[in-house]
Design a protein around this ligand. Structure first.
Ligand SMILES: Cc1cc2nc3c(=O)[nH]c(=O)nc-3n(C[C@H](O)[C@H](O)[C@H](O)COP(=O)(O)OP(=O)(O)OC[C@H]3O[C@@H](n4cnc5c(N)ncnc54)[C@H](O)[C@@H]3O)c2cc1C
Length: 569
């Protein structure tokens, strides 16, 4: 059996940062990822990463405290304020570390890290590398893992988490190249498996963002938190939902409806195009629903007044994508956009050290819910979360392994791993040999269409109940599917069908949480309960998997300094 002191699952920003930290704390570390690390979704991040550096001329009195307030207000007061204070106070440290590691940030005229305005932020504090910030950060981070010679298992997919008596012992993973199932024991496991955007239709996410880590943890008994809060990005390309960064509006882009109006003045008269994402996305969809969009259902993101020079310098990739995917050159013509599913605020329930209720099992990044985003994440705060909390989780996992936790885990290791390997083997073979009539591609498409339509931007009891029933139906049809190709090597059909069950279970947790939350807060907007209800719902939703689907519990939100107020922009 393979064994590592610390095993990190996920090669995106959160995973690599956790691995570096655990390594530097003296642990033997390995990273396991279903794709080469630099193909993780972090690489696709465009607009930037937040830190109160105060480099912009309009932000000289910015501070981590102001950053914390914007984040908490943005979260519609659902974020845990102690965790947010960690996020924003650690932000400058993490950015300067990335700078010293060689990250090629864009610069101000006097050579400091450039910062641009972003939605919901009182000051321009989003650091960027043109519109390819994730690319710059992830490649810099990957260099640091290479420098440390951290072992990476590339193209291995984790299928189960080994948990017994409240303690984690490792994972069982499929080596996609050979099709062999392997037990990987570990002193501590850190999941940094990213988001689940592809459980939804119309998503801006990479096709590998299926929420698989959340599902694996959930199926092993670890609860998920605040899953009903799904972010819809205001500006994704009409027709295929490729992201058009918020940085386009940060640089001064306008949103216009089919009448040519800058309609945001009706919805957020002060912030205009730089209102938070929940408000802006709903404003766009309202314009479309009320007949002021263009035929087919889109509005315009207009950059034409910015001029060629600024677009070429600050938004070159946006221009390339718009030209390649829609034939529109943003220098001369407005870009057709519509809201698209973008981000999971919820995830594996952790505390602010990355620890879960299972000893030795940690989570960080988009798959985790610490919670710093509450009901609505501000743009630029997710990249920040991956680095800040990746680092913290790495440090705490290392501390756990070096303490008595690691020793105790090793004593029962072989027995537990043998049991979980045996159970997982049965499950993967069942999927490989499945020859029922259902086509898994249909199940996936139906799931995505259902989630976008019924647990989307606008929600109500009747539609969500129908959505949940459909998800139950898919859960029943799943065992009747058939696999077309039965080879073991690189059988991606097999790998994807294996995780489909988890996608359905996570969808169920999202829909059940949304249905039970009879209020509107941040991204969760109900047309049949339009107001925020702090009295009944200023609390986190915790979903635990049972034989009959999710069982919901609630937990108070941590308020330190900022009492909930009405949220206007
Ligand atoms: C198009 C786009 C643009 C964005 N732009 C910004 C931005 O400008 N600013 C910002 O703050 N945020 C942005 N975001 C959000 C942000 O990029 C992500 O939330 C963040 O990068 C997630 O990082 P992560 O390390 O948690 O996960 P990811 O980078 O998604 O990495 C997940 C890793 O987990 C691995 N993995 C998953 N499941 C398994 C499994 N079962 N077995 C083995 N390995 C597994 C994958 O191989 C991958 O390596 C953007 C998101 C998108 C989609």
């Amino acid at each position: 059996m393979i064994y590592h002191e610390v095993l990190v699952v996920g090669g995106g920003l959160a995973g690599l940062r956790a691995a570096i930290e655990a390594h530097d704390a003296g642990c033997e570390v390995a990273v396991l990822s279903r794709v080469h690390p630099v193909r993780s979704h972090s690489v696709a991040a465009q607009g930037g990463i937040n830190a109160a550096l105060g480099n912009h001329e309009k932000a000289q009195d910015d501070s981590p405290e102001r950053h914390a307030f914007d984040t908490i207000k943005g979260s519609d007061y659902l974020a845990d304020q102690d965790a947010v204070e960690i996020l924003t106070s650690e932000a400058p440290v993490c950015i300067y570390e990335m700078e010293h590691w060689g990250c090629p940030f864009s610069r101000t005229a006097d050579g400091r890290i450039a910062q641009r305005p972003f939605g919901g932020a009182g000051y321009p504090r989003t650091c960027y590398a043109a519109d390819k910030t994730g690319h710059a950060l992830l490649h810099t981070m990957y260099e640091q893992t290479l420098k440390r010679r951290i072992r990476v298992y590339e193209e291995w997919q984790v299928v189960s988490l080994a948990v017994e008596d409240g303690r984690c012992y490792g994972v069982v993973a499929l080596d996609l190249r050979t099709g062999a199932l392997e037990a990987v024991g570990a002193g501590a496991v850190i999941f940094a498996t990213g988001g689940g955007g592809r459980i939804y239709g119309n998503s801006t996410n990479n096709i590998i963002n299926t929420g698989s880590g959340m599902a694996v943890a959930y199926m092993a008994g670890v609860p998920l938190k605040d899953m009903e809060f799904i972010q819809f990005h205001p500006t994704s390309l009409f027709g295929n939902n490729v992201l058009m960064t918020e940085g386009a509006r940060g640089e001064g882009g306008y949103l216009r409806n089919a009448l040519g109006e800058r309609f945001m003045e009706k919805y957020a008269p002060q912030a205009m195009e730089l209102a938070p994402r929940d408000i802006t996305a709903r404003a766009i969809q309202t314009e479309i629903n009320e007949g002021r969009g263009f035929p087919g259902g889109y509005v315009h993101l207009d950059l034409t007044h910015l001029g060629a020079e600024r677009i070429m310098e600050r938004l070159p990739a946006i221009r390339d994508i718009a030209i390649n995917f829609t034939g529109v050159d943003p220098i001369y013509e407005p870009i057709p956009i519509q809201p698209g599913q973008h981000y999971f605020m919820g995830g594996i329930d952790t505390d602010s050290t990355g620890a879960t209720e299972v000893a030795g099992f940690y989570a960080a990044g988009e798959c985790a819910c610490v919670s710093v985003h509450g009901a609505n994440r501000l743009g630029g705060n997710s990249l920040l979360e991956t680095i800040v909390f990746g680092r913290i989780a790495g440090r705490h996992a290392a501390g756990y392994v070096k303490g008595e936790g690691g020793e105790a885990a090793r004593s029962g290791l072989a027995k537990v791993m043998a049991r979980v390997l045996g159970e997982t083997e049965k499950k993967v073979l069942r999927v490989l040999e499945a020859d029922g009539p259902e086509d898994p591609a249909d199940l996936r498409d139906e799931l995505r269409e259902t989630m976008f339509r019924t647990v989307g931007l606008f929600r109500d009891e009747k539609t969500m109940t129908a959505g949940l029933e459909k998800v139950h139906e898919l859960r029943e049809r799943y065992p009747r599917m058939g696999l077309r190709h039965r080879g073991r090597r690189y059988n991606l059909d097999w790998a994807r069908n294996l995780e489909l069950e988890g996608m359905i279970l996570v969808a169920e947790a999202i829909a059940a949480g949304a249905l039970a939350r009879r209020e509107s807060r941040g991204s969760h907007f109900r047309t049949d309960a339009r107001e925020r209800d702090d009295e009944s719902f200023l609390k986190h939703t915790i979903a635990r998997l049972t034989g009959d689907g999710p069982r919901l519990e609630y937990r108070p939100v941590t308020i330190t300094r900022w009492e909930p107020k009405a949220r206007t922009y």
